[in-house]
Design a binder for this molecule. Structure first.
Ligand code: ADP
Ligand code: MG
Length: 467
């Protein structure tokens, strides 16, 4: 690489990035965007071009497609010249090596970047065991995670498979294992990534004729953490590769940790032999926290907030927001901002209910929607019968409404997968597949998106209510 890193680009980039992140409303969006932006290894200027270098060519294409427009507006807002053009490029100098980056490594001198293992994603330093609140809903999963830390690679705990609904602390717990093992031994080769990234890395390695080095790289890892394995896709070749990597690591007594929103046996699109491997160690579920745990989590998260948040406000949040921890955190942040702006007003229930109205409405809409109602509304929109949604007939004119109804049930209610599957008279894996298929299509099919919006409005909710 002959361009040099100039400090102004780095500052400009940091400001643009912060501006972008501050425009995102939900924590989920934020952490997703942060994850994608962490694929950026460096930024630099080349004439009127602002060059963004990424850890692989897939990332360059992806970021360009998804984020080019938004990043350009943020660069403008951050003080970049209006005619600045953005270019995304694979940073060929960021050779893989088995070392965890402490932070996303953009803007570092090349010598430092050489040690970045391109496949790994950064660990969140706040996701530690100390910050994780124990309660009846997660105590088994927590004990298993601590077991892994005490004896990484030991057979009863290898692999550790944690499953449970969104926002219940799976990623936190998994990364706590990584953070703690790294604290104990900074030389451990630790790799954390989502199943989606894992797959993309593989596809990319194949494309560039680097399958062999991909293979070798993963087989020298001490701790492999794969998040959200429900997103592993069908693809014989990749599953074969994953299977072999899995076996090699296990035989060498290296630790593997995985998370998913469903138990291994309900994973869609995954081969039987992989599933039985996943089940071969320890499988633990995290459930929704009860009131006491919710309150304890809020107390923990509000420690050190200045001005402090009074107990009655924490109790109010714990009492009204039950669906997931991430929403509770959002509500807490809102109260904290209010306190900062107005530290003297007493936070009565009336003020809190007004302040947290959005969150409370969202909770209500979760509770309100029944699966039957969703099926009825979707059937009406597509002029079919509810029975046809429940049938096994696979013509496209039925598959779309069926999958759309599954998608709404999954994303706009807090109903668990078993209940949804039951009410659709389908297997769990069919529901997951359906939801995923709609998610993909929504990105590209305007008409489907419009239909969804109409159905949602009929049901009294909006797209932004999605969990
Ligand atoms: P998941 O991966 O299950 O979707 P996350 O691990 O991302 O959920 O958790 C969402 C948020 O909730 C994180 O900020 C996490 O710190 C917090 N959280 C969840 N459970 C707990 C807990 N038991 N103690 C402390 N924080 C928690
Ligand atoms: Mg997660």
């Amino acid at each position: 690489m002959n361009e040099t890193i100039d400090i102004n680009s780095k500052l400009l980039w940091e400001r643009a990035r912060n501006i972008y992140l501050s425009t995102l409303q939900s924590e989920e969006d934020k952490s997703q965007v942060e994850r994608y932006l962490s694929m950026i290894t460096a930024v630099t200027r080349s004439g009127s071009k602002f060059v963004i270098l990424t850890s692989n060519s897939y990332a360059a294409d992806f970021l360009k497609m998804q984020y080019a427009g938004k990043l350009k507006s943020c660069l403008d807002l951050a003080g970049g010249e209006p005619d600045l053009e953005i270019e995304f490029k694979f940073d060929e100098s960021s050779k893989p090596a088995i070392v965890m980056p402490e932070v996303p490594k953009y803007g570092l001198p090349q010598s430092e970047r050489m040690s970045t293992f391109s496949s790994t994603m950064p660990l969140n330093e706040d996701y530690t065991f100390e910050e994780f609140v124990r309660g009846p809903s997660n105590s088994w999963a927590l004990a298993a995670a601590q077991g892994v830390v005490a004896n990484p690679g030991k057979s009863g705990y290898n692999p550790l498979f944690i499953h449970g609904g969104t926002g219940l602390g799976k990623t936190h717990l998994m990364q706590a294992i990584g953070n703690e093992l790294r604290r104990r031994n900074p030389h451990l080769a630790i790799c954390y990534l989502t199943a989606e990234t894992f797959l993309n890395e593989y596809v990319n390695a194949l494309k560039n004729g680097q399958a062999e080095s991909f293979r070798n790289r993963y087989r020298t890892i001490d701790l492999l953490m794969v998040d959200d394995v429900q997103f592993l896709q069908k693809g014989k070749q990749f599953q074969e590769e994953f299977f072999n990597t899995f076996n090699a690591l296990q035989q060498a007594h290296k630790q593997i940790v995985m998370t998913s929103d469903v138990a291994p046996k309900n994973l869609p699109l995954i081969e039987e032999r992989l599933i039985s491997r996943f089940e071969g160690g320890m499988v633990q579920e995290i459930e929704s926290p009860n009131y006491e745990t919710r309150l304890a989590i809020l107390k923990k998260k509000s420690e050190g907030m200045n001005p402090s948040i009074p107990d009655n406000a924490l109790e109010y949040i714990a009492d009204t927001i039950k669906s997931h921890v991430r929403a509770m955190e959002g509500a807490l942040r809102k109260v904290s901002i209010f306190r900062t702006m107005d530290p003297t007003t007493r936070l009565t229930n009336e003020i809190l209910s007004r302040l947290l109205n959005d969150f409370i409405e969202k909770e209500k809409s979760f509770k309100k929607l029944t699966i039957e109602e969703i099926q009825r509304t979707v059937a009406k929109k597509y002029s079919i019968e509810v029975d046809q949604i429940l049938s096994v007939e696979r013509t496209q004119s039925l598959v779309t409404p069926r999958q759309l109804a599954m998608y709404i049930a999954r994303k706009f209610t807090t109903k668990g997968l078993p209940e949804i599957a039951d009410q659709f008279k389908k297997k769990h894996s069919t529901v997951i597949h359906g939801v995923k298929s709609i998610e993909k299509r929504l990105d590209v099919e305007e008409e489907l998106k419009m239909n969804l919006e109409e159905i949602l409005s009929e049901l009294g909710c909006k797209f932004s209510d999605k969990i």
